[in-house]
Ligand binder design. Sequence first.
Ligand code: ADP
Ligand code: MG
Ligand code: MG
Length: 248
Amino acid sequence: DNLLEIKNVKADVDGKEILKGLNLTIKRGEIHAIMGPNGSGKSTLCNVIMGNPHYTVTDGEILFEGENIVNLKVNERAKKGIFLSFQSPEEIPGITVDNFIRTSLNAVTNKNMPMLQFAKSMKEKMDMLDMKQEYRTRYLNVGFSGGEKKKSEILQMAMLNPKLVMLDEIDSGLDIDALRIVAETVRKLKTEDMSILIITHYNRILDYLEPDVISVLAHGRIVKEGDKNLAKELEKTGYESILDEVLS
Ligand code: ADP
Ligand code: MG
Ligand code: MG
C-alpha cells in the first residue's frame, strides 16, 4: 500500500532546475530516510511535496493515496494529511504557539476542538517533549533556542496527527538529550497509518527511528536505495564512492 509515489518529478526554483527526474515511493507506515550531500535537493523535495509555491514542478506526478496532488495548494495538502517540519522553523511574532496550533488544527480537521480537550491534548504532548506549559503563550519560535524550535515543530506534528510526516534535519542543532526526547516522541507518536520521511546527515537519530528504507539523493535524483545498514556504510565511505558508481 503506497502512501506517496513520486514519478519522474522535475522541479525548478527561481528558474533553476533542482529536481531532475526524481522517483520515490513511500509505503504506508514506512519510515524512509533520505540522505545526501549538501545542496542535492533534499529540502527542495520536501517543499515540492508540501506544495510550497516558491517551487515549480515542471514534469512528473506526485501521487498521494493514488491522487495526483501537484496542483493542490499547501493548505489542501495539509488537509490530506501532509506535514512538513522545516529545517529552519520561522519565527512568527504576534501569534502564540497555542493560537498557531489551534488554528492549524481547526483548519486541517474542519472542526473546532473544544478548549478543554485542546488544553489536555497539548499538555499530554508537551509533557512527552519535556516542554513547559508556559510555551503555549509565547510567540511561535520567537526567541526559542534551536532545540526549542525543533520541539515546537514536533508538538505541531503531534497535535495534527498527519499521515505523512516530513522531518527535514530535525536533529540538527539538538543536544544529545533533546535529540533523544525528540526521537523517542516521534517514535511514540508514530502509528501504523503514519509514514515518516526523515532527512538527516547522522546515524544517531536513525538508531532511534530505525528506518525501513534509506534513499540517497544526489544531483536532483534518487541514486541509491538500501536498508538501514546503508547509513553505516555511508558514514564510513561518504558519498563519493556512490556518486562515482552512479555517474560512471
Ligand atoms: P539540501 O537540502 O539537499 O541541502 P536544497 O534543496 O536546500 O538542498 O537546495 C538545492 C539547491 O537548490 C541548492 O543549490 C540551493 O541553493 C537551491 N535552492 C533551494 N531553495 C532555493 C530557493 N528558495 N531559492 C534559490 N535557490 C534555492
Ligand atoms: Mg542543506
Ligand atoms: Mg536541506
